[in-house]
Ligand binder design. Structure first.
Ligand code: ATP
Ligand code: LTN
Length: 332
């Protein structure tokens, strides 16, 4: 317990809104694993966030377990790190309500993700889509989080979280720590394999746009072979060739090379085919053990349930402390 108080706190959540991609892995989950030794870590499944988009109950329940299994398959160790499900810890929704009361509608309407989702989900423009960042701020602030490992798309939400914390602290009195984002140098934004102008997303309707953590070797090879490049046939790392640049970044992330090393290694090859084949084999090599462990873990329902229950208890203990402070300050 004493040790827990001196260590810095890291927290992040992932939505169970579809099968996880290598974008989620490289942008977020792989970086969670590296933090386990140095920080007190809480990693969660954001199932409350997931219902901002219509979900089938059975699918949501299954995917919630899949995200937990993916966390462990990627190397998160429940003996050292708290793995929990957001809806198991009721303090998240309760703090979000309080934070809603100090948040302006205008600020929420200006958030990039809201504007994008409002356009793509015009048929279901529910108010939870608007207040989504307030719940995310609650997730983070409840745990007095120092660092939030996330992909680049979450940067604005982190700024919102800091703003909200500062507003509460100045209105009531010092209560919340101000969190910092932690982003990987390469792969903070893995792009779609079919359109390198947009991020790789598990909710993309084209399954060739992403590689899933659970994809087998054949699927990985097929999707890399079909990835969009260009007709320059000049092997270079430049914004002018965004498809190739994205693939070079993938090679760099999985190998630990710099993008410049990757260019050196492959620029004398003929065309892009040799590079694509080498990239596919590299991804197969790195992802196969994760995929196999994921499939094993999904078979052991009892173990996953036990980890979920222990995580809920550990997370609640911390969350309760912050929420009761907040309730006192607000006058409840
Ligand atoms: P969706 O793709 O359905 O919009 P999402 O994958 O963006 O959802 P989450 O599952 O909650 O949403 O994301 C989990 C983590 O993965 C976040 O930290 C997010 O920043 C990161 N992430 C998501 N997509 C990418 C990407 N293409 N590149 C890098 N990081 C990503
Ligand atoms: N909004 C994030 C998921 C998310 C999150 C969080 C990330 C919900 N709560 C708390 C970090 C910390 C997303 O869509 N990727």
């Amino acid at each position: 317990m004493g040790e827990q108080q001196t260590k810095k706190m890291a927290l992040s959540l992932v939505q169970p809104s579809g099968d996880l991609t290598i974008g989620n892995y490289l942008g977020a989950i792989r970086n969670f694993v590296a933090l386990q030794d140095e920080y007190t870590c809480f990693f969660g499944v954001a199932n409350l966030h997931a219902i901002t988009v219509t979900q089938k109950a059975a699918d949501l329940r299954r995917r919630t377990r899949e995200v937990l299994a993916t966390f462990m398959a990627c190397g998160l160790d429940p003996a050292r790190t708290t793995l929990f499900v957001q809806s198991d810890v009721h303090e998240h929704a309760e703090l979000a309500w309080v934070l809603n009361s100090i948040t302006s509608v205008g600020q929420l309407q200006r958030m990039t993700q809201f504007k994008e989702k409002a356009a793509t989900h015009a048929d279901n423009l529910n108010s939870a889509l608007l207040t989504y960042p307030v719940l995310m701020a609650a997730d983070i602030l409840l745990y007095q989080t120092d660092y939030v490992p996330v992909g680049e798309d979450q940067k604005q939400h982190l700024e919102f979280t800091r703003d909200t914390a500062e507003r509460f602290n100045s209105r009531y009195s010092d209560t919340f720590k101000l969190p910092e984002p932690l982003m990987p140098k390469i792969s903070a934004r893995v792009m779609s394999l079919k359109n390198p102008q947009i991020k790789m997303s598990k909710s993309d309707p084209d399954e060739n746009a992403y590689i899933l953590i659970r994809d087998d070797a054949d699927a990985i090879r097929r999707k890399i072979a079909r990835a969009v490049t260009d007709s320059e046939y000049h092997f270079a790392y430049t914004e002018a060739q965004p498809g190739l640049k994205n693939l070079i970044d993938l090679y760099a992330s999985f190998s630990g090379f710099t993008p410049q090393d990757v260019v050196e290694k492959f620029r004398d090859g003929n065309g892009y085919a040799t590079f694509k084949a080498a990239l596919a084999e590299l991804i197969v090599e790195k992802m196969t053990p994760i995929r196999e462990r994921f499939l094993q873990l999904m078979d052991d329902t009892a173990e996953l349930d036990a980890i979920r229950a222990a995580g809920a208890e550990a997370a609640s203990r911390v969350a309760r402390r912050t929420l009761s402070k907040v309730y006192r300050k607000v006058g409840f």
